[in-house]
Ligand binder design. Structure first.
Ligand SMILES: Cc1cc2nc3c(=O)[nH]c(=O)nc-3n(C[C@H](O)[C@H](O)[C@H](O)COP(=O)(O)O)c2cc1C
Length: 345
C-alpha cells in the first residue's frame, strides 16, 4: 500500500512530490496509530536521552516542523526538522531538486527555503512525544551570521531535545566558511555560552568535502568548545565520475548512494580524532540495515537518512530496523550500543 503511494508520488516532479508527502503526513498524523514498540536491543542512551531506535530522519525533509509526529509514528527513533533560519526565505529559483534515479541519489540546491523560526516554533505544539532535533542556519542575506544562529537558538532550543548547528550546506554562498577554525570557534563558543543552565545538547553538522587539516581543525574546535556531538555528513559538492544519471551535472549537493563511502570515511576519520568524547551521528547514503550498521561500526551512535526515503517510502524504516537486528545477531552483539565504533582501522 505504501509502496504504491511512493510509486505514485514519484511520478510527480520532485519538489511537488515532496510538498505533497509532507502535507499528507501532517494531515494523517492524528489518525495514525502510535509507533510500534521497538526491540530493546535497538535502544541507544546518548545526549542524556533514550532513543528507542537509532534511525533518525535527516534535516531537509521537514523544514518547517510540519510532520514531526507523523514521522515518529512511521517508526523513526528521532526526527530532525529544519534547517530553520530566523526570517522566512524562498530559497533558490526552481528547478532546484533533481532525482538521479539510476544512481539512487538526489542533487538539491534548495538554499534553505523555509518559513522562518516563528512558524517552526508555532508548528511545534506541545505536548510532544518522540525525540526532536532542530537544525538551525543563517539567512542568505544576513550580515551577521553568528547572530542568526543565536536568534534561532534562543527561539527554538526550548522546544528541542537537541539543536544542530548547520555550517555545511553547499547552497548558501559562504556558509561553509563557518567550518574554518576561527569562525567555527567563535560560533560554537557563542552558542555554548548562550545555552545557560538548560544544557540542551548541541551538535555540529559538517560537510564531507574536507581535507585532513580541515578535519583536524573541526575536531579540535568541537572538543574545546563544549558541544556534545557532530553529525557526519551533509551533501557533497563532489561528483563521482561514474554517476550514470542525466542530471549528474546539476549544481548543488549530492546525496544518497554515491555519498555513502565518502561520508562513512569522514565518520571514521572524525571518530579517530574525537574518540568517544563526542557523540557522532552518521548520515549519507543509508538505504539498508547493512548501511546503517557500517556507520555504527565506524563510530556512529545514531544514524539519519533522507534520500533513500524518496525512493523507498517510509516502509524503509521498519526494514532497516529488522536488518540491523539481524546484523547484531550475526556478529554476536547483544545490543546495538555494543557495536558502536567496533570497526578498527
Ligand atoms: C532535498 C534535500 C534537502 C536538504 N536540506 C537540508 C537542510 O536544510 N539542512 C541540512 O542540514 N541538511 C539538509 N539536507 C542534507 C541531509 O540532511 C543529509 O545530510 C544528506 O542528504 C545525506 O543523507 P542521505 O544520503 O540519506 O540523503 C538535505 C538533503 C536533501 C536531499
Amino acid at each position: 500500500m505504501m509502496d504504491l503511494a511512493t510509486a505514485a508520488i514519484r511520478l510527480l516532479p520532485p519538489e511537488t512530490a515532496h510538498r505533497v508527502t509532507v502535507e499528507f503526513a501532517a494531515r494523517v498524523a492524528p489518525f495514525l496509530p502510535g509507533p510500534a514498540k521497538d526491540d530493546q536491543r535497538l535502544g541507544v542512551d546518548v545526549l542524556g536521552l533514550r532513543f528507542p531506535n537509532p534511525i533518525g530522519l535527516a534535516a531537509g525533509f521537514d523544514k518547517n516542523a510540519r510532520a514531526v509526529r507523523a514521522m515518529h509514528k512511521f517508526g523513526f527513533g528521532f526526527v530532525e526538522c529544519g534547517t530553520v533560519t530566523p526570517k522566512p526565505q524562498p530559497g533558490n529559483p526552481s528547478p532546484r531538486l533533481f532525482r538521479l534515479t539510476e544512481d539512487g541519489a538526489v542533487i538539491n540546491r534548495m538554499g534553505f527555503d523555509n518559513h522562518g523560526m516563528e512558524v517552526a516554533a508555532n508548528n511545534l505544539v506541545r505536548p510532544r512525544k518522540g525525540i526532536l532535533g532542530i537544525n538551525i542556519g543563517a539567512n542568505k542575506a544576513s550580515e551577521d551570521r553568528i547572530a542568526d544562529y543565536l536568534s534561532c537558538f534562543a527561539r527554538l532550543s526550548p522546544l528541542a531535545d537537541y539543536v544542530t548547528v548547520n555550517v555545511s550546506s553547499p547552497n548558501t554562498p559562504g556558509l561553509r566558511n563557518l567550518q574554518n577554525r576561527d569562525a567555527l570557534d567563535r560560533l560554537l563558543r557563542a552558542l555554548v555560552a548562550a545555552r545557560g543552565t538548560r544544557r540542551v545538547p548541541l551538535l555540529l553538522k559538517i560537510a564531507p568535502d574536507l581535507d585532513e587539516a580541515g578535519m583536524d581543525d573541526i575536531a579540535e574546535v568541537a572538543l574545546a568548545s563544549g558541544i556534545e556531538g557532530i553529525i557526519v555528513t551533509n551533501t557533497t559538492i563532489q561528483r563521482p565520475p561514474w554517476l550514470a544519471s542525466a542530471r549528474a551535472g546539476e549544481q548543488g549537493g549530492l546525496s544518497g548512494r554515491p555519498l555513502f563511502a565518502a561520508s562513512t570515511q569522514i565518520l571514521r576519520e572524525m571518530r579517530k580524532r574525537v574518540g568517544s568524547k563526542l557523540v557522532l551521528i552518521g548520515v549519507g547514503g543509508i538505504a539498508s540495515g547493512e548501511d546503517a550498521y557500517a556507520k555504527i561500526r565506524a563510530g556512529a551512535s545514531l544514524v539519519e537518512l533522507y534520500t533513500a526515503l524518496i525512493y523507498e517510502g517510509v516502509g524503509l524504516v521498519a526494514r532497516i530496523k529488522r536488518e540491523l537486528l539481524a546484523c547484531l545477531a550475526r556478529d554476536g552483539f547483544e545490543r546495538l550500543a555494543d557495536a558502536v565504533g567496533t570497526l578498527k582501522n
